[in-house]
Design a protein around this ligand. Structure first.
Ligand code: SF4
Length: 360
């Protein structure tokens, strides 16, 4: 059940810039330092109980954003909150406790499971690190229960197997079990089905959906695939070159997209039925996503946009409300309500974060 009052994760103007190494000649010739702006000013509220899909092409910054929330990497600028905890400053035991609440499901389950460990051994590891369960028997009971939850039965048999003895779908079920075993509240699922056969994808997404309800989870579902986003998500955020350009209820974003980039992404989805309106909305965009080192001025989509106007080259559009809870960053539309103004900052931090006043 989504509660639009309760933000579980809040991002305020988050940026992540990576310095580009220019080598010895760059140093000798004193070339200016360059930065890849992977995430370039994202403000976002994720609500308890929802699945928010973050959709974009490769290079859009969506995976970097997921890693920032997990604090696998640090922000360059901005603030990330988990409920009313400031994630930026977490260290030591506090960070360890945060990691119990926030887990990740990776794209490649094979890469995240140590081939030398049995499935039982791999699932026991986080319980040992976080000192959960008093005895080995108790740990094995927890492992057995979680294997049942992800439908790897009989659990005793799967516990003894090694990763190479499982199918791709079974390995992804183990990855989901590993993410769930610490009883987290929030899960970043980074392209969790993109490496699986199409026939297995629906099963895994269905499993994720049912586990979300059962354990009252919140998901950030990162993908480049709009069809799976539509299937699993309550809301969809479209990311382009480090920024969110459209965000709204999943059905509305897919069926009635406003941003030319979203329209182009949807037009690119193969549609077997020629009567379908997706096909009629066909829109061609020019070229490829530019480098995040040299981000175009104004609207960063303008060099590729078939509707670009003079203002688009100069002024960066803000996310504004076009329909209830549906926000778009594009000069083709006007509105009064800014998305940033809908995000609550935890009381104890609101004074030090002056995002609104600095933009007034
Ligand atoms: Fe296209 Fe201008 Fe809208 Fe950007 S702001 S998407 S360039 S019309």
């Amino acid at each position: 059940m989504v509660n639009m009052e309760n933000q579980i994760v809040t991002l305020i103007n988050v940026k992540k810039y990576f310095q580009i190494r220019r080598g010895i000649w760059g140093t000798i010739r004193r070339l200016p330092i360059l930065y890849a702006k992977a995430v370039d000013g994202v403000s976002l509220a994720i609500y308890e109980g929802e699945t928010l899909a973050l959709v974009g092409e490769s290079g859009s910054g969506k995976t970097t954003l997921g890693r920032l929330i997990l604090k696998l990497i640090d922000v360059t600028e901005g603030y990330i909150f988990f409920k009313d905890i400031l994630v930026n400053s977490l260290k030591g035991e506090e960070l360890k406790s945060y990691r119990r609440n926030v887990q990740i499901i990776f794209q490649d389950p094979y890469g995240t499971l140590d081939p030398r460990y049995t499935i039982g051994g791999a699932l026991k590891e986080p319980l040992i690190i976080h000192k959960i369960a008093k005895s080995s028997t108790e740990r094995m009971e927890i492992v057995s229960k979680i294997l049942e939850e992800v439908k790897l039965v009989p659990p005793d048999e799967f516990m003894r197997r090694f990763p190479h003895q499982l199918s791709g779908g079974q390995r992804q079920r183990v990855a989901i079990a590993k993410a769930l075993i610490l009883n987290p509240k929030f899960i970043v699922a980074d392209e969790p089905v993109s490496m699986l056969d199409v026939s297995i994808r629906a099963e895994i997404l269905e499993l994720m959906k049912s586990l979300k309800e059962k354990f009252n989870l919140t998901y950030l579902y990162i993908t480049h695939d709009l069809s799976t986003a539509r299937y699993i998500a309550n809301r969809i955020a479209i990311m382009y070159l480090g920024k969110i350009v459209e965000i709204g209820p999943a059905g509305q974003v897919i069926d009635d997209p406003f941003h030319p980039y979203t329209q182009a992404l949807i037009a690119a989805v193969p549609e077997p039925n020629p009567e379908n309106k997706f096909r009629m909305r066909e829109l061609k965009i020019i070229g490829e996503i530019p480098s995040s080192v040299f981000i175009p001025s104004g609207c960063r989509f303008h060099p590729r946009c078939p509707f670009a106007m003079e203002i688009c080259k100069r002024v960066e559009p803000e996310l504004i409300e076009i329909k209830p809870n549906h926000y778009v960053a594009c000069h083709l539309y006007s509105g009064n309500k800014r998305y940033e103004d809908t995000i609550n900052i935890p009381d104890k931090f609101s004074e030090i974060i002056s995002i609104r006043s600095s933009k007034a």
